[in-house]
Design a binder for this molecule. Structure first.
Ligand SMILES: C[S@@+](CC[C@H](N)C(=O)[O-])C[C@H]1O[C@@H](n2cnc3c(N)ncnc32)[C@H](O)[C@@H]1O
Length: 407
């Protein structure tokens, strides 16, 4: 769903002046342009005693004060009554809430009406949440894992993050697309003129690639910077595939029956291009199901490799049932998003290393049209066998003699 064109915001607080910064900069302009319709309510206007009391001591003892339910209930009912049938989505800032993220900001940008309840002291009497939840959707949202004195700072941050996603608030909409967290990575470093900055005797040039005019090279450099920066500062954001540079980054183990579902998925992903190329998916890596896989685990030595728990590579080997001097290698697979990192070659070498002492040669079968695979196997020392494939006419056999270590 796209962001709304116009958003109503109601903020209930005991410090209305705290929200004054929302008159400044792009958010202030958005208010003047009518994109944001902001209403700030003083919670104390909904009290009925001389001292305009909003807090009291906690039941059960303990430090601090708790915000009384009655002013909150009246304030929320007052806000809701503005809607003529519509209801706001209520956001209650709190350190115990769901984390405020770019994804949540995008979700909130789709809401035509948001209300915010700024707690103070030790928080708001819990019954207020029940009262509110019976009248409107309520989400408790945390700005981060630390404790602020009140919800106002959190509201300022949330309103700014949400409002800048509304159309017309940020002039250059493209600048929103390239930012940190848009696709799970942090942003690349940015530079402006001068090209070389004289910093009190130190020359600080901008990275040369940015002056090259080569847009492909600039995009590649920026992407790498984003990965490096995210790995250094926020490794928790990185998908395992972006930090894998070879087989040594993976955890390998002999396959077990628990791996079968993932082996099926990986196999389909790896052989899909071949199926599309051949115009048929009627060959074993695309059709083998749980039973065939379970049987193959009995007759083949199958290994799997994982990254962050995800099964991303596999291969298997066995002695040729008709000729124990031949070690058959098969089902070499690497998740497509990890290709080009030498993992396939390393898997092949590992499967070869499982060959028993009596094996004197290796054998592998691949599609006649799978030229890329054949190139990889040739690089690993395999050559086309001088006979017709023993598996299927659309495939070829490739073989290589086993080299014995001489030491
Ligand atoms: C001192 S805090 C209360 C903390 C509460 N006793 C607790 O431990 O969860 C007062 C108010 O500050 C706001 N607040 C504090 N930390 C916050 C955070 N990390 N994110 C959002 N709001 C926060 C909430 O509105 C909260 O009601």
């Amino acid at each position: 769903m796209p962001a709304v064109d116009r958003q109503r915001l109601d903020v209930i607080t005991i410090f209305p002046d705290y929200l004054a910064p929302l008159d400044l900069s792009l958010i202030g302009k958005a208010r003047r342009d009518g994109i944001i319709d902001l209403h700030v309510h003083d919670l104390r206007s909904f009290t009925h005693d001389r001292h305009r009391t909003v807090d009291d001591t906690p039941f059960g003892g303990g430090a601090g004060m708790v915000m009384k339910p009655q002013p909150w209930a009246e304030a929320l009912d007052h806000v809701r009554a503005q809607g003529e049938g519509a209801v706001p989505r209520l956001i209650v800032p709190g350190p115990g809430g769901v984390p405020f993220t770019q994804a949540l900001a995008k979700e909130l940008a789709q809401e035509p009406w948001l209300a915010f309840a700024c707690g103070r002291y030790e928080g708001i009497d819990e019954r207020v949440y029940e009262h509110a939840a019976e009248r409107m959707p309520v989400t408790v949202v945390s700005l981060g894992d630390y404790v602020l004195n009140g919800g106002e700072v959190a509201v300022l941050a949330m309103v700014e993050a949400v409002a800048r996603l509304l159309p017309g608030v940020v002039g250059n909409a493209e600048s929103l697309v390239e930012e940190s967290h848009e696709d799970g990575l942090l942003e690349y470093p940015v530079y402006t003129k001068p090209g070389v900055w004289e910093d009190g005797g130190v020359e600080r040039p901008v990275p040369e690639v940015l002056l090259s005019g080569n847009h492909g090279a600039i995009a590649a450099w920026r992407h790498q910077q984003r990965l490096d920066r995210t790995a250094a500062r926020r490794p928790d954001l990185l998908h395992p595939s972006s930090v894998v540079s070879g087989l040594t980054d993976l955890v390998g183990a002999p396959a077990s029956s628990a791996d079968i579902p993932e082996l099926i998925v990986l196999s389909r992903a790896c052989w899909l291009p071949e199926a599309l190329d051949a115009g048929t998916s009627d060959f074993p890596p695309m059709t083998d199901g749980p039973e065939e896989l379970a049987a193959s685990l009995e007759s083949w030595s199958t290994w799997v490799w994982r990254s962050g728990g995800r099964l991303v590579a596999s291969g298997r080997g066995r002695s040729d049932p008709d000729d124990p001097s031949v070690w058959q290698v098969g089902r070499l697979m690497v998740a497509p998003d990890l290709s080009g990192r030498g993992i396939g070659r390393a898997v092949l070498a590992h499967i070869e290393s499982l060959a028993p002492a009596e094996a004197t040669s290796f054998w592998i079968n691949t599609a006649r049209r799978a030229e890329r695979n054949q190139r990889i196997y040739r690089k690993a020392g395999y050559r086309l066998a001088p006979w017709e494939s023993r598996v299927h006419p659309a495939t070829v056999d490739m073989v290589k003699p086993r080299r014995r270590r001489t030491d």
